[in-house]
Design a protein around this ligand. Structure first.
Ligand code: IVH
Length: 395
């Protein structure tokens, strides 16, 4: 793509991972500002897509570029023109504000969750490989040489900042978001204004659950000092502005190595494979095994022993093995087969006609008996207080 020089440096964001990090961030900023400065903030979803910088001249879309190295980006104008939510002409409403002669906005290009699922459904129908990661797929889609391919995939965009505006200045980030919205730009829902950092901190727990209900993927929230003059005054360190920070959620997706598969037998005799993993820190805990559902799934996803695999965990859900990274194979990986004998009682494993699951058919299998009793005493059944799996095992 031809290179484009950005109207102003396209900065990144520093990261905070805890409430303490946020408080330190505010303390550092207050030390640089005149005594008695009061800081108010905006809180916005941190959209998990890729930066786009769009230039409008007299309200007409003239150019769109990727972030690149922050100074020079790739000219992806033809592709961006195919994104429905990006206006080709502003304002989009007759009563919207008149745009300044030059307006450069910054936003994030991404797939809405439902659109990414639809893209994958189409791939599956055509027996083509599924896309694993929405963000990488959005990036690949935006950087297509043939804009007809970009047009065939439903990308979306949300705008969150003004990079240049021919001298017009807004006092605050909150006003900027309102202006962009009035002009007809798509602005991410759920952004909020808060008078103090304590208010922001109170909001954080709700965001970690809210993220799963949003129409798009986020990997955190962005906290910005609302007063844009103060933002300017604080300046930046390297490529990170001092006046804004990202509060990152614990990662929900990681890659690691599949080192083994253990076989579990349930109370009905059902065989469930469990992935043994090289330990990986995911969603705030160290994960060493993950659910593999069943052998049918292993075959469909073509998961092999020794594979580098993507493991996901959202909220309190049990971690599960999402997909192998085919490109990371070195040829030493081996196929995973269902067991031929039950590892607990040596009975031949069966696959009943028409079912995807395998079973140990022995009703006196010690593992089946144990799992049955564990279920019998559990909360959902007889709810025998003080009697759990551990006690059943001892008895
Ligand atoms: S503001 C100086 N706001 O996160 C302004 N960035 O990890 C810096 N991002 O490169 C950006 N949502 O691509 C901002 N609401 C949001 C954002 C956001 C996602 C991205 C952006 C940035 C990256 C930094």
């Amino acid at each position: 793509f031809p290179k484009v020089r950005h109207a102003a440096p396209i900065l990144s964001l520093p990261n905070a991972f805890s409430v303490e990090d946020l408080q330190d961030w505010e303390t550092r900023n207050l030390k640089l500002l005149p005594a008695g400065t009061q800081l108010d903030y905006t809180l916005e979803p941190k959209l998990d897509g890729l930066t786009i910088v769009i230039t409008y001249e007299h309200g007409v879309l003239k150019q769109a570029a990727t972030r690149g190295n922050g100074e020079l980006g790739d000219d992806v104008t033809a592709n961006v023109r195919t994104i429905r939510s990006i206006p080709l002409k502003i304002p989009t409403r007759p009563d919207g504000p008149t745009p300044p002669p030059l307006l450069v906005v910054r936003g994030e290009v991404l797939f809405l969750k439902k659109d990414f699922e639809a893209v994958n459904k189409r791939q599956a129908e055509q027996e083509l490989p599924l896309y694993i990661n929405a963000r990488n797929t959005a990036s690949g889609t935006l950087k297509q040489k043939d804009s007809r391919i970009t047009a065939s995939r439903p990308l979306s965009c949300f705008v969150y900042a003004v990079v240049a505006s021919g001298g017009i200045k807004w006092d605050s980030q909150w006003e900027t978001l309102e202006y962009l919205r009035d002009m007809g730009f798509p602005v991410a829902p759920d952004a909020g204004y808060f008078p103090t950092l304590s208010h922001i901190i109170q909001q954080l727990p709700t965001w970690e659950s809210r993220r799963h209900r949003l129409d798009f993927e986020i990997d955190g929230v962005v906290i910005k000092i609302n007063n844009l003059r103060v933002q300017d005054e604080l300046g930046f360190v390297g490529k990170d502005p001092r006046g804004s920070t990202a509060y990152k959620f614990p990662a929900e997706e990681m890659t690691t190595k599949l080192t083994g598969v253990t076989v579990n037998i349930g109370r009905t005799g059902k065989v469930t494979p469990t992935a043994q993993l090289e330990p990986v820190f995911l969603g705030g805990v160290t994960v060493v095994n993950a659910s593999l559902h069943n052998y049918d799934q292993i075959e469909k996803l073509d998961i092999r022993l020794g594979d580098t695999v993507i493991v996901k965990r959202s909220g309190q859900v049990i971690p599960y093995l999402f997909a192998p990274v085919i490109g990371a194979r070195d040829g030493s990986e081996t196929a995973i087969q269902p067991p031929s004998l039950c590892p607990f009682c040596n009975t031949a494993i069966i696959q009943p006609e028409g079912l995807v699951d395998y079973y140990c058919p022995n009703i006196t299998c010690p593992e089946r008996v144990y799992r049955s009793l564990e279920f019998f005493v559990s909360k959902g059944a007889m709810d025998i207080e003080g009697m759990g799996g551990q006690t059943v095992k001892i008895l």
